[in-house]
Design a protein around this ligand. Structure first.
Ligand SMILES: Cc1cc2nc3c(=O)[nH]c(=O)nc-3n(C[C@H](O)[C@H](O)[C@H](O)COP(=O)(O)OP(=O)(O)OC[C@H]3O[C@@H](n4cnc5c(N)ncnc54)[C@H](O)[C@@H]3O)c2cc1C
Length: 458
């Protein structure tokens, strides 16, 4: 859609969350001339990347009254894609040359990501926009504006009116726990990866890890160092799968049932007596503060209705969501989505009519169904993420995602699937890394020549 002419105006916008998505949203909104307040219930910026050894009182995260611990980061976590493709487009996530306190690895630890986000927030003066320790408890439309109720650490609540609200509250906090037949009378311990931090508690145990993607592969390899046995249950594998991956690590097909005598029966017929089940089965979208008089709903992890996973047609552009599609490029997706939201709010770009947006939403559901994907895949973009980002980029007049970036993320995921033990330390695609640093140098985004980073990088 062509940018609208001479219609730029400033809006007063509430951003909920100061994680990666909230920070970049605030930056883009501010750049387009809007005024921004970021509400953040933690004491610092960084969201998910603020590691805490604290876990929730209910290890499965099913008790709705439990006090929430936001982060799902475990102590050993390193990024699952190379740092060059992960960073924002004009603030590259490159090693801090000469600073020994920083992690210069290509796949750095969670601490380095937090440090990067804090640097970013300082560089663009975003910290000044944040109201820390302030939780948004209610958001509702009122006479064409948005009422935001927040509660600070002193327990005081406040109602404020904004022209728009951008939801950047993250979606890796509410555990999704798959139901296993017989689990109610199974006597062992159960925990969701949201509450996993360190392997120590699993010493000498027999553990089943359900799920074999990013968290499942990491956590099983972490626990296997101290456990007696670890058995991975994978839904993606054929029913007869049974493979020994190392001395005390096996991979099976999914679980058939759990039994009262403490055993777990897999679809491949194997029976294992198990101390603990670790669910690496993903997360659910949840926006407990949102009141849309029934217009929006969440069913089977579909946030409905959302035009291009961002705008609820009848409430747009006053309400928008950044970061819903998981996987692939995340920070860059937040950035491109935020540029669009900011351009729409300032009036530089216009959205189609609510009816047209709704037609598009329904058509996307039909496509999903025709391809045989379940509803819960609505916000999983997978291989079409590139097209999705290019489409938005064109809509708001920003450059498409760099070729090297898309290729790095694909190679990164290939490594995760084919070499889960060592992919982080055995990066082979040096041509893509060179291309990335040459691109940064051409755009004058780095302070040293590419050779400097290429020689020191691991
Ligand atoms: C274990 C794990 C590993 C990952 N690894 C990678 C990786 O290697 N690379 C990658 O690119 N992506 C990775 N991701 C994806 C990751 O989620 C994103 O990269 C990104 O950090 C998410 O940012 P966000 O801002 O959307 O959410 P968050 O970082 O979760 O931030 C949301 C913020 O909103 C605040 N908030 C929530 N509700 C309220 C409220 N009501 N009021 C006020 N504040 C509120 C929270 O306190 C939080 O600070 C990983 C995800 C997980 C779970």
């Amino acid at each position: 859609m062509a940018p609208a002419q001479n219609t730029v105006n400033s809006k007063h916008v509430a951003v909920i969350g100061a994680g990666a998505s909230g920070l970049i949203a605030a930056r883009e909104l501010h750049r387009e001339g809007n005024t921004v307040v970021i509400f953040e219930r933690e004491k610092q910026v960084g969201g998910l990347w603020i590691y805490s050894p604290k876990t929730e009182s209910d290890p499965l995260g099913l008790d709705p009254t439990r006090p929430i611990v936001h982060s799902s980061v475990y102590e050993s976590l390193r990024t699952n894609i190379p740092r060059e493709c992960m960073g924002f487009t004009d603030y590259p996530f490159v090693p801090r040359v000469g600073d020994v306190s920083r992690d210069s690895r290509r796949y750095p630890s969670h601490r380095e990501v937090l440090a990067y986000l804090q640097d970013f927030a300082r560089e663009f003066k975003l910290v000044e926009m944040v109201r820390f320790e302030t939780e948004v408890v209610r958001v509702e439309p009122v006479n064409g504006k948005w009422k935001v109720r927040s509660k600070n650490s002193g327990g005081f609540s406040d109602d404020e009116i904004f022209d728009a609200v951008v939801v950047c509250s993250g979606h890796y906090t509410e555990p999704n726990v798959s139901l296993i037949s017989g689990i109610k009378s199974w006597p062992g311990k159960q925990i969701h990866s949201h509450n996993y931090r360190v392997p120590g508690p699993f010493k000498n145990e027999v553990v089943v890890v359900i799920g074999n993607f990013a968290s499942g592969t990491d956590i099983s390899r972490d626990i296997v160092k101290v456990a007696k046995e670890v058995h991975i249950a994978s839904r993606a594998r054929e029913p007869d799968t049974y493979e020994k991956l190392s001395n005390n690590l096996w991979i099976h097909s999914e679980i058939e049932k759990a039994c009262e005598d403490g055993s777990i029966v897999f679809k491949n017929g194997k029976v294992v007596y198990v101390d603990t089940i670790v669910y690496c089965t993903g997360y659910k979208y949840k926006f407990p503060f949102l009141e849309t008089n029934g217009y929006m709903s969440i069913d089977d992890n579909r946030v409905d209705p959302l035009y291009k996973h961002i705008f609820p047609p009848a409430l747009a552009p006053g309400l928008s969501f950044i970061g819903l599609p998981g996987m692939g490029l995340q920070f860059v997706m937040f950035e491109i989505q935020s540029k669009w939201v900011a351009a729409v709010l300032s009036g530089r770009v216009t959205l189609p009519s609510p009816e047209k947006m709704m037609e598009d939403v329904l058509a996307s559901y039909e496509t999903l169904e025709a391809l045989g994907f379940p509803k819960r895949y609505t916000h999983k973009l997978g291989k079409i993420q590139g097209n999705y980002l290019d489409w938005i980029a064109e809509e708001c007049g920003c450059p498409p995602v760099e070729r090297w970036r898309a290729q790095q993320v694909n190679r990164g995921y290939e490594g995760l699937l084919t070499n889960p033990e060592n992919y982080r330390d055995e990066w082979k695609y040096h041509d893509l890394t060179e291309e990335a640093y040459e691109d940064f140098a051409r755009k004058k985004l780095i302070s040293f020549p590419p050779s400097h980073y290429l020689e020191s990088g691991r």
